[in-house]
Write a protein that binds this ligand. Structure first.
Ligand code: ADP
Ligand code: MG
Length: 700
């Protein structure tokens, strides 16, 4: 029976707390809860009961298979389905699912990237149940969120280090809370609300574009006469077909217990955004992966294609993902929320400073956590935060920090110099209206918004780094405060010291301004890693390896393998793009130009025979321009081909990626420029690819 009311079907496909409570005995439930909340080791006997209850529930929902759902380093999620059936001696089958099958799986997944880790040990990795993220049903399959590791324990996925980073932050944050007298908090978790941008185009047009099909972005395409200059799409009325898609999408997400909350049109034509209500980072990460998958499926049902690439169209805004991030205790205290008492305020300022220090000390790690071939087109282009990482605090909070730094009165304190831990922090408006959208890392009242993520990125990488770098600041503070003779004095000095030492990272101005790039790099000495090959190798810098290993987030080997895999992904991605361009240039674009030039020539002959002495200026000028362009396109295609061939000589992936940045990508740009010019001259009927105008304004 079709259910209609949202509360009725919300979460109906999730084995959530309601199901656990209803289907497990109170003893088993309590034991499982301890594992979920406090990371206590899972008793295998408990797993048996949970598996049985999960199976019963899944069968009631019509599931026939189960899978260990995991996030290998390819960037997408992976699953291998096993059916529940098990033969019975009488020839029938019974549906079985054991605790062991719940806890551990062994996908034959030897082709997932490992950066050399597995080759030296075993060919196989195994998956291990992550009870902190709920199991769910998708396509008649019970999906069990799992971590993916090698037999020697190295992480081969994104979830394992994410869980480790959450634990690292938890440990250090609890130490700080204890210093402020809070010993009731059992744990501190980070929460994330990822805002997801995407484009919708018609499937019919998508099918006609090999570049979109193979690479997710257009590799050719002249500017449309109308783009986003009118700003008439942003928050505009949603078209009925898009609305129908969004309604369906919401329903599918709600069934999966995903709190899809807001939806609106974005700046670019055909661009939209979806934001869920925030949840624990681990769950938010799983759910964001699922959201991206469901978006594509639902779009397909509506005859649409959902593009998650960071820059599907040149010259039009790309898509990002805003990672709204905060830390909170199990008792519900948001540690990035200013409080009402002097102690709460001092604690807030300390956590705030921990983030400021962390972002400054590890700009490189945050930058590289969002680096992909796709996102390189966005960061530093004029619609996305620059590749330079800086922190926006807003005028009020900045004024407060200034006052603390210089022991000067703050205007809100009636000319009194504030003493931390004694005085109440002056109230400052938690107003979101003047938020600076050009900042890559902005404080927005009670959370930070990390805006550099690309729309197709898993949010795991950014949060692994964010959690770890903040854990490090908190550790340094806790070490010092625990040994302090005078707590308040030390606290004051530490906060003041952090502001002094790290104010170069604070920037409230326009991040899109060229003047900022100059100031940031030349005056403030901030990092500006424009591309993936520029930043990725810095994960191997001594200070970064030390940080990541000392908090138990990665082993040295895992870091090396990740660097390798991320660069390899980059190389492969651009490699495919280059090959696609070559193919399209030779098989579609050059033939289209020739075809149109032929048409014009026959026209000229016909005209001339009809009317002697006629000039045919238009035809001749277009034919001559097209003929020059065709030669150039052919030559550029050849150059691109040789640049690609030369990649084989690179001694390692670091060198190969640098070569791609310096030779392949510029050649792609040159080829495209000529082809796009030709597009503006060739008749629409001869041009084989839907134009930017068709693609961007095609959904009615
Ligand atoms: P914007 O104005 O940036 O578009 P939205 O309202 O679309 O903002 O999205 C804000 C996101 O931040 C939502 O996903 C919301 O749930 C999330 N959020 C709100 N409070 C917190 C918090 N304390 N921690 C993490 N995320 C939060
Ligand atoms: Mg936002």
């Amino acid at each position: 029976m079709e259910t209609h009311s949202v509360p009725d079907y919300f979460g109906e496909l999730v084995f959530d707390d309601r199901q656990m409570r209803a289907r497990l005995s109170s003893k088993i439930y309590a034991s499982l809860r301890k594992t979920i909340d406090e990371g206590k080791k899972l008793d295998p006997k408990v797993a048996e009961y949970v598996a049985e209850a999960m199976k019963e529930w899944a069968l009631e929902k019509g599931a026939t298979h189960y899978t260990h759902w995991f996030q290998p380093l390819t960037g997408v999620t992976a699953e291998k389905h096993d059916s529940f059936i098990s033969p019975s001696p009488d020839g029938s089958v019974i549906m079985e699912f054991s605790g062991k099958e719940l806890i551990q799986g062994e996908p034959d997944a030897s082709s997932f990237p490992t950066g050399g880790i597995r080759a030296t040990f075993e060919a196989r990795g195994y998956t291990a149940w992550d009870p902190t993220s709920y199991a769910f049903i998708k396509d008649k399959t019970l999906c069990i969120p799992t971590a993916f590791c090698s037999y020697s324990g190295e992480a081969l996925d994104k979830k394992t280090p994410l869980l480790r980073s959450m634990e690292a932050l938890n440990k250090q944050a609890l130490r700080i809370l204890a210093l402020f007298g809070n010993i009731t908090a059992k744990y501190v978790r980070t929460s994330v609300g990822p805002e997801q941008e995407y484009f919708l185009i018609t499937k019919e047009m998508y099918e006609k574009r090999p570049d979109l099909k193979f690479t997710g972005r257009t590799l050719f395409g002249a500017k449309s006469p109308k783009g986003q200059e009118m700003d008439d799409h942003y928050f505009g009325v949603i078209k009925p077909r898009v609305q129908a898609f969004m309604n369906d999408l919401n329903k599918e997400l709600w069934k999966l217990g995903i709190l899809a909350k807001t939806e609106h049109n974005e700046v670019a034509p055909a661009q939209h955004e979806l934001a869920p209500i925030y949840s624990t980072t681990n769950i938010a990460t799983d759910q964001n992966q699922l959201t991206m998958e469901i978006m594509q499926k639902v779009a397909s049902k509506h005859g649409l294609v959902c593009l998650l690439h960071e820059k599907p169209f040149a010259g039009v805004n790309g898509s990002g993902k805003h990672n709204n991030w905060s830390m909170a205790t199990d008792t519900g205290i948001n540690l990035l929320s200013p409080g009402d008492t002097p102690y709460e305020n001092a604690q807030f300022l300390l956590f705030l400073c921990a983030v400021i220090k962390a972002v400054d000390d590890y700009q490189d790690l945050l930058r590289l956590s969002v680096a992909t071939a796709g996102n390189d087109h966005r960061l530093g282009a004029n619609e996305a935060p620059p590749a330079i990482i800086s922190v926006f605090l807003g005028d009020e909070l900045s004024a407060i920090l200034d006052a603390i730094e210089e022991d000067k009165p703050y205007k809100g304190t009636e000319q009194k110099i504030m003493k931390l831990g004694v005085d109440v922090l002056p109230a400052f408006p938690r107003d979101n209206t003047d938020r600076n959208r050009t900042s890559p890392f902005a404080f927005t009242g009670n959370k930070f918004e990390f805006r550099s993520l690309g729309s197709s990125n898993s949010i795991a990488c950014a949060n692994i780094m964010l959690n770890t770098v903040v854990a490090e600041s908190l550790k340094i503070y806790a070490d010092r405060l625990e040994g302090a003779e005078d707590f308040e004095k030390t606290l004051h000095e530490m906060i003041q010291g952090t502001i002094k030492d790290h104010k170069r990272i604070l920037f409230n101005g326009n991040g899109y301004d060229d003047a900022w790039v100059k100031e940031a790099t030349e005056v403030r000495g901030l990092c500006n890693y424009r591309t993936t090959p520029d930043c990725m190798p810095h994960i191997l810098d001594e200070k970064n390896v030390k940080l990541l290993t000392s908090h138990g987030v990665f082993t040295e080997k895992e870091i090396e393998s990740r660097c390798d895999i991320m660069l390899d992904n980059y190389c492969k991605q651009v490699h495919i793009e280059a090959n696609t361009m070559i193919d399209m240039a030779l098989k579609q674009i050059l033939p289209a130009i020739t075809c149109y030039a032929d048409k014009l020539s026959s026209g000229v002959i016909a005209k001339k025979s009809a009317c002697e002495g006629i000039a045919c200026e238009y035809e001749k000028s277009v034919i001559s321009r097209l003929s020059v362009l065709a030669d150039q396109i052919y030559a550029r295609t050849g150059e691109l081909e040789s640049a690609v061939l030369k990649l084989a000589d690179a001694k390692d992936v670091i060198e190969e990626s640098a070569q791609i940045r310096d030779t392949v990508l510029p050649k792609m740009g040159e080829l495209r420029a000529r082809a796009d010019e030709a597009e503006t001259l060739v008749s629409k009927e001869c041009w084989p690819l839907p134009s930017y105008g068709d693609l961007l304004f095609g959904v009615r």
